[in-house]
Ligand binder design. Structure first.
Ligand code: 5GP
Ligand code: MN
Length: 317
């Protein structure tokens, strides 16, 4: 399977990704953007919500649009890395009005909301899915940088259980394009601003172990974000650090998005399917990484979520 069959008779294409775009989302959108403009006679636009500074090294990032002109209609729109249609950020309308809608994703909770759907829950990242749809000799260094960034971010630098032999083969093919992989990893994944480091330290030192130390949670409120001068993008990665605690199976991280609203991030090590937990609350994701947005008090959320986690732990013995 490759991208060509979708591009027949297409002269305009749009690419959209999910809200709060992460490395896989931006890398996938810009990887596909570069691949299309370099190899096909096409007008291509990318719509994404604002994303973090370090990801802006990717070619095409300066062309990304945050606002969609309602009167514009594309022959084709790709929704990438977005587990459901409501998760599409900027460009949601452009997806709805496109003559053909294609959804490419790797979230198990994705029910397939496009005219055509390629959903591969067993694959590490949307960037890996996309790379396998591309012809290797048509992948430029610029495209490879984007795709590699996507894979690095969703695998925690080839660390998580979603890494397969094929992930490494594909990453190796991208390395053949002479990209500076080490800089990509340190600049976009490892390095943090001082305020990011401080809020990470705050979240870790305020964390609470519970359920026989198998679970850990931490909550960041609006006032904390103001105090440290950070926004939602600065909080990425905190939940992964919580999970790194010895003996912990499941990490729950909440940050306040409104007076009575919290974004919930869930991570597990090897037993709990947090995708199921998040899906129960209207969110979604993967078995080891998932999320949702909830209304109410943070304490109630922790209680309710942990009941589902506990039930799964008991079931698994
Ligand atoms: P994070 O905790 O980093 O926000 O998200 C972890 C994973 O769950 C990502 O793959 C993300 O796309 C997915 N995810 C996070 N929040 C939601 C949500 O509200 N709905 C759905 N469907 N997926 C989510
Ligand atoms: Mn992804």
């Amino acid at each position: 399977m490759n991208l060509n069959k979708w591009l027949e008779n297409v002269t305009s294409a749009a690419i959209v990704g999910h809200v709060n775009p992460d490395g896989d989302c931006v890398g996938s959108c810009l990887g596909l953007y570069n691949y299309l403009i370099e190899n096909f006679k096409l007008e291509v636009d990318v719509y994404l919500e604002p994303f973090s500074e370090p990801l802006k090294f990717m070619s095409g990032s300066e062309k990304v649009q945050t606002e969609f002109a309602e009167n514009k209609q594309y022959d084709l729109c790709f929704a990438l890395d977005s587990g459901d249609e409501n998760r599409i950020g900027a460009g949601k309308q452009c997806f709805k009005t496109a003559a053909k809608k294609i959804c490419i994703d790797h979230h198990a909770t994705n029910k397939g909301y496009g005219d055509e759907n390629l959903i591969c829950p067993e694959i590490s990242s949307t960037a890996e899915v996309l790379t396998s749809l591309m012809e290797n000799d048509k992948i430029s260094k610029a495209t490879a940088e984007c795709l590699y960034t996507g894979i690095v971010h969703d695998t925690g630098v080839f660390q998580y259980s979603n890494v397969s032999p094929n992930t490494l083969r594909i990453a190796a093919d991208l390395l053949e394009k002479k990209i500076d992989a080490s800089s990509i990893i340190s600049n976009t994944f490892v390095e943090k601003t001082y305020k990011q480091q401080r809020i990470l330290g705050f979240a870790l030192s305020n964390s609470v172990l519970f359920m026989d130390n198998k679970c850990i949670f931490s909550i960041i409120r609006e006032a904390d974000m103001e105090r440290f001068g950070v926004n939602a993008l600065d909080l990425e990665g905190i939940v992964a650090h919580l999970r790194d605690t010895s003996g912990v199976e499941c990490a729950i991280f909440l940050y306040q998005t409104n007076a009575e609203e919290f974004k919930v991030s869930l991570r597990s090590k090897s037993i709990v399917d947090v995708g199921k937990v998040a899906a129960y609350y209207g969110g979604g994701g993967h078995a080891r990484a998932a999320g949702c947005t909830l209304n109410g008090s943070a304490r109630d959320m922790i209680n309710n979520i942990s009941r589902l986690v506990e039930a799964q732990l008991k079931e698994q013995g």
